[in-house]
Write a protein that binds this ligand. Structure first.
Ligand SMILES: C[S@@+](CC[C@H](N)C(=O)[O-])C[C@H]1O[C@@H](n2cnc3c(N)ncnc32)[C@H](O)[C@@H]1O
Length: 348
């Protein structure tokens, strides 16, 4: 006879597996509510579905069913007395803050229709070993998709900047930039990392800070840094001799976007520019430990789908660096945030 404990466990397992199986209903429902700007529309106060449907040009009953579903998980609140009247909940109110320094940009990024759609091509990606998340949607790469959708592009770059702002103190804690003459941030996006190092006492002796990124990113950067040691330089780090010379390089959330062959080609290029006593700091996700929920495992699937990239374990980092002109001086799983690693390299 099945015990009561086994029975309860069975129900728990069944509910958990069902939750996993229908996870897409939540992300797609959220995605549509964001696309229709429902959180913003409710900022001025509660609204009925009829009003919302008129503004958003949607079907009022079906919109009601969407919002009713989201309100069961705390996104929006349906009025207890009046059916079909919604107001913002604590969570949906957070979704109205899309300023460029807010982590909410990441929610808009992850629930963007094109990002969700890319997962439809996971099977093809696993079957073929090629990234299909972007190409099967008609984009040559994720960068082209960002080029064509400026809103999505700003969600992406704002998310990255926001991550960097959260991590700057950790970076400053572990690296003494004053050991170096010149620091180049490869793929530095808005330049937030170097601007912060330049401002801190940890970067006081450095003579130059170069934020290096693709032309379409650099051309959008604000010229707001008053420190004349700082400059924005555009280029492509895969093009031979395009990397500015320096004795310190930072690569933050860069190598995870590329497969091992591309990482090796970037490091070969870097070898031609780095001072012989120079150091490279890789700040990236780390997948570990096994069998434990961890966001980088999810990002790893995004990487193969959308960038042909890879989130790496300690062993995978060691394997790829071993084949490059560099050696690992230290690899540190950051204690304040176990999802991140800081790897220091120098020439072999
Ligand atoms: C994931 S973002 C990381 C941005 C920044 N390092 C951070 O952590 O916030 C990757 C950056 O690499 C840049 N990038 C991609 N390919 C590049 C290339 N071939 N040459 C230079 N920059 C590149 C992208 O434009 C983007 O800004």
């Amino acid at each position: 006879m099945i015990s009561n404990d086994d029975y309860l466990m069975d129900i728990k397992d069944r509910d958990f597996l069902l939750e996993v199986a229908i996870g897409y209903t939540k992300s797609i429902s959220l995605s549509i509510a964001l696309k229709l700007n429902i959180p913003q529309l409710l900022q001025s106060g509660p609204k009925s579905c009829e009003e919302l449907a008129k503004i958003t040009n949607t079907h009022s009953e079906n919109l009601y069913r969407l919002l009713r579903t989201l309100s069961t998980i705390g996104i929006f609140i349906e009025d207890e007395e009046k059916d079909g009247v919604f107001s913002n909940s604590r969570l949906s109110l957070l979704l109205t803050n899309t300023s460029n320094s807010s982590w909410i940009n990441n929610i808009y990024l992850q629930s963007h229709p094109n990002v969700i759609k890319s997962f439809m091509y996971l099977e093809k990606t696993i079957e073929t070993g090629e990234s299909h998340g972007m190409t099967s949607q008609g984009f040559s790469s994720a960068w082209e998709m960002f080029e064509l959708d400026t809103k999505l592009k700003s969600y992406f770059h704002n998310t990255m900047t926001c991550f960097t702002q959260d991590e700057i103190n950790t970076i400053l804690k572990y690296i003494d930039f004053n050991e170096f003459e010149s620091v180049v941030d490869l793929g530095g996006s808005t330049g937030v990392l170097l601007k912060a190092i330049a401002k801190s006492k940890n970067g006081i002796k450095v003579r130059s800070f170069t934020n290096f990124d693709l032309p379409h990113v650099i051309s959008q950067n604000k010229q707001d840094c008053e420190d004349d040691r700082y400059s924005d330089v555009s280029g492509d780090f895969f093009i031979l001799d395009s990397i500015p010379k320096a004795d310190c390089y930072t690569l933050k959330f860069i190598l995870h976007m590329f497969n091992d062959d591309k990482v090796l080609s970037l490091l070969e290029n870097l070898k031609r520019s780095i001072d012989k006593n120079g150091k490279v700091y890789i700040f990236d996700h780390i997948v570990q430990p096994k069998n434990t929920p961890s966001a980088p495992f999810y990002f790893d699937l995004q990487m193969i789908l959308n960038f042909n990239g890879k989130e790496r374990s300690v062993k995978e980092w060691k394997d790829v660096i071993d084949r490059s002109p560099f050696k690992i001086n230290s690899i540190r799983v950051l204690s304040d945030n176990k999802r991140m690693s800081l790897i220091e390299l120098s020439l072999k």
